[in-house]
Design a protein around this ligand. Structure first.
Ligand code: GDP
Length: 472
């Protein structure tokens, strides 16, 4: 109704425009940015967004170059099930003992930090797998600097290995491969590297630039060298942060402890967090009452790339929520309350993602340059054939990207990747699993099922032509 007033047209016209987009709305409903833009366009208006008061209040100030100091890399371990992700994280956790301190890391707080022999530090996110990685990314939080992908040398590149590679590549995060289980007599690291080469990923031993190291997560062989390679990769990234300001970062996990109250693990990305600081995390706020590291040691402050478990928030924020320290307690509380209200108002709908039918409209807005596709099929032959044909549809204006392809059913992980990368999913003779279907409905991801190759090509081509000659 507000929009109708602004454009001086009737509310019914707006409602029917929304219906033509497949949205049943009432006159008091809030529309998301994309819908607002599309609907306004229909009536010849252009939308200009003024940042919501809430987000404006937490606008970040730019750091000056001289204030930046090097920070430790933040690493996620991914790979196929049973290839050794947990074993690697466990080995590193146990083997690395901070200078003189006895006893490894006893607590699981969702992230831990280790100090190497040369005093360099690495922070690990302790939830292996790409689901957590991509779920965070879907929420707009990209905390990982480097990904270690574990591949068992007595096995081959498996579907989840491919997924992990796609997820890391889609996020633009460098990969270091850990070819694991070399203690096994059946291990054949060369076969794995050959398979990687077939995927156009050339590791160093094969004359390429991608780092990889043969390890045994069980015995510990090569793990030190692997971590050294991670540090080499980190040096190239020149990771820096300003430690001398109010802390900000991302929530890794949060839970309600019966005795302690809400316990949240947060990763400080910049600034320094101190006891007594007032923080806002997602739609929760509170004063930091206590702070502990992964060894259960109490801390008074925590700088960039440090994971800490804190007490004091008035609720459990979600993994991937951003947090930030406020000088003014009242301001943090107000923003938390406002976010809570906005979320309740919007809970009827989630963010709308791209659908094939919508592509023509989007290009008319001039913001559509890439069509991201996730392709799943029943046999390798058809997946390859489709990849080829779809990529050939790219034009100067619109690039068709197959961001992930594979043989097998459409999984939840595919849906998460689609959500994080604003992609559509094409299933060729395969269907989504029940869970994937439910998640796709929730996230509003467009899943298209086909059984004839030329139909896929025709529909994508039609949609792309729609993009190029929008009905004005
Ligand atoms: P995840 O599913 O990727 O987290 O894999 P796990 O770390 O749980 O490992 C799966 C299985 O492989 C477990 O039984 C491990 O003990 C075993 N495993 C992991 N790494 C190695 C290794 O380097 N050598 C051997 N022999 N076994 C390993």
């Amino acid at each position: 109704s507000e929009m109708a007033t602004m454009m001086n047209i009737s509310v019914t016209e707006i409602i029917s425009a929304c219906m033509s987009l497949g949205m049943m709305v009432t006159m008091n409903q809030r529309l998301d940015a994309e819908t607002l833009t599309i609907v306004a366009e229909e009536f010849g208006y252009e939308v200009e967004f003024v940042d919501a008061e809430v987000e404006e209040a937490i606008e970040l100030s730019e750091d000056k170059e001289e204030d930046l100091e090097p920070r430790a890399p933040i690493v996620t371990v991914m790979g196929h099930v049973d290839h050794g992700k947990t074993s690697l994280l466990d080995y590193i956790r146990k083997a690395n003992v901070i200078g003189g301190e006895s006893g490894g890391i006893t607590q699981h707080i969702g992230a831990y930090s280790v100090t190497l022999a040369n005093k360099q530090k690495i922070t690990f996110l302790d939830t292996p797998g790409h689901e957590a990685f991509t779920a965070m990314r879907a929420r707009g939080a990209q905390v990982t600097d480097i990904v270690i992908i574990v591949i068992a040398a007595d096995d081959s590149i498996m579907p989840q290995t491919k997924e992990a590679i796609s997820h890391a590549q889609a996020a633009g995060v460098p990969i270091v491969f850990a070819i694991n289980k070399i203690d096994k007599p059946t291990a054949n690291p060369d076969k794995v590297k050959e398979e990687l080469a077939q995927m156009n990923i050339l590791v160093e031993d094969w004359g390429g630039k991608v780092q990889s190291h043969d390890i045994s997560a069980k015995v510990g062989t090569g793990v030190d060298d692997l971590l050294e390679k991670v540090m080499l990769e980190a040096e190239l990234l020149e990771l820096k942060a300003n430690p001398n300001k109010n802390a900000l970062g991302t929530v890794v996990e949060a839970l309600l402890d019966k005795g302690k109250g809400y316990v949240s693990t947060i990763l400080v990305e910049a600034g320094t967090l101190k006891i007594g600081d007032y923080i806002l995390a997602g739609k929760h706020s509170g004063k930091v009452k206590a702070m502990h590291d992964e060894r259960g040691n109490p801390l008074k402050k925590a700088g960039p790339s440090t994971p800490v478990s804190i007490l004091g928030l008035d609720g459990a924020p979600q993994a991937g929520d951003k947090f930030r320290v406020f000088d003014d307690e009242r301001e943090a509380k107000q923003i938390a309350a406002k976010r809570d209200q906005l979320q309740r108002e919007q809970s009827v709908r989630t963010q709308r993602h791209i659908t094939l039918d919508e592509i023509g409209r989007r290009i008319a807005l001039g913001d559509f340059k890439e069509l991201n596709i996730i392709l799943k099929g029943d046999v390798d032959g058809s997946v390859e054939a489709l990849t080829d044909s779809l990529q050939k549809l790219s034009t100067e204006e619109i690039q068709v990207n197959i961001i992930h392809k594979g043989v097998g059913a459409i999984t939840e992980s595919d849906v998460l990747l689609a959500s994080a990368s604003d992609a559509i999913i094409i299933g060729f003779n395969v269907r989504p699993s029940g869970n994937a279907r439910a998640l796709a409905d929730k996230e509003e991801i467009d899943i298209r099922n086909y059984s004839i190759i030329y139909k896929v090509i025709d529909e994508i081509k039609d949609a792309m032509e729609g993009m190029l000659s929008p009905e004005m």
